[in-house]
Write a protein that binds this ligand. Structure first.
Ligand code: EPU
Length: 305
């Protein structure tokens, strides 16, 4: 988020709202965009359709010093309850998918599972390792989404972003210094599109079977019938956060309408109209208990606003 100190309260329409009128909505329930279905109302929610619109928006917001947040597929984001004053930018409508030989050009708002399915159908291997990973491509790249079988960074060739001043930049894979669930995306930048370089395969059915097998394994180990946002914490080096949380006795711990999954201890679930505060309490409690139990300080995968 950009700094908003000294900014007038957000009430009257801002000049750029006219230019992007068709993309701006007021008083939007964020829980509809968050996979665990919690979070308050955004006063101003913008869904740009093109990179140029993202640039125009960022240029205006930065010139005004207006704080903003980027919300992708909502599978690693925990907004607070109540009213959210920062402008929320959601690239969900930039969801193009185009195959060019062994490359695909995709919009940041393409759901990760559509990417997986469409690449498999096109006989292109690489992102099939992300079978079952929620969210959208922009967030997947920003956080280097992955599974036991691989990470998205292995397939990334180039990333088109708009910087906070609205300017367009093309980043190569090495520019993003990908690590385990991390990248060095410039602060305030928004990913608009990604070029992936994949591996053509002869046997599409075999590729589908491999992805399907990963998905089956995931569904056996993780909750599938409740709202959740995937893993809460990153795995510490050579350890498993799920195993540590389980050993600390956290499975089934309830706060309000939220609960730590009885199936996989690294998942928090919304089981009964949970508030964001319930989820946050469980995140804090879980980290504290693991620290006491094993001395390991867990790092959150979920980003709180
Ligand atoms: N385990 C327990 N108790 C639990 C959960 C797990 O003892 O409650 C043990 C398992 O038995 C296993 C080990 O912990 O020996 C690892 O668990 P699992 O195989 O379920 O994988 P994970 O490391 O918890 C990672 C990713 C998942 C991804 C899976 C499958 C992270 C933080 N998590 O989970 O990604 O789906 O591998 O590839 O890297 C995510 O990042 O949001 C996510 C869900």
């Amino acid at each position: 988020m950009t700094s908003g100190e000294g900014i007038a309260p957000y009430n009257a329409p801002m000049p750029w709202e006219q230019e992007l009128a068709a993309r701006v909505r007021r008083d939007v329930e964020l829980k509809d965009f968050i996979t665990i279905r919690v979070g308050g109302r955004a006063r101003c929610f913008v869904e740009p359709k093109t990179a140029d619109e993202v640039g125009c928006l960022l240029r205006a917001l930065t010139a005004e010093g207006r704080p903003y947040r980027v919300l992708g597929g909502g599978s690693n984001t925990l907004p607070p309850d109540g009213v959210i004053d920062e402008v929320v930018v959601h690239p969900g409508k930039m969801d193009g998918f185009e195959v060019c030989g062994d490359r695909v050009h995709v919009g940041a708002g393409l759901p990760t599972q559509r990417l997986v399915n469409q690449c498999s159908a096109a006989g292109l291997a690489g992102v099939h390792v992300l079978a079952g990973v929620p969210g959208q491509v922009g967030g997947a790249v920003a956080m280097n989404a992955g599974t036991h079988y691989g990470e998205i960074c292995e397939s990334v060739e180039r990333v088109s972003v708009r910087l906070a001043d609205g300017s367009a930049v093309e980043l190569k894979r090495d520019d993003l210094s990908f690590g385990y669930r991390r990248s060095t995306l410039p602060t305030g930048a928004i990913i608009c599109g990604v070029t992936l370089r994949l591996h053509p395969v002869e046997d599409v059915q075999e590729l589908r079977r491999t992805g399907g097998g990963y998905l089956k394994e995931k569904n056996k180990a993780q909750p599938t019938r409740t709202w959740n946002f995937g893993c809460m914490f990153k795995n510490p080096p050579d350890e498993s956060a799920g195993r540590l949380l389980d050993a600390a006795g956290l499975k089934g711990l309830v706060r309000g309408g939220a609960r730590i999954s009885p199936i996989h201890a690294n998942f928090v679930e919304n089981v009964d109209d949970a508030a964001s505060a319930d989820v946050l309490w469980l995140l804090e409690q879980a980290a504290q208990r693991v620290l006491e139990d094993s001395g390991v300080r867990l790092e959150r995968e979920v980003r709180t606003w």
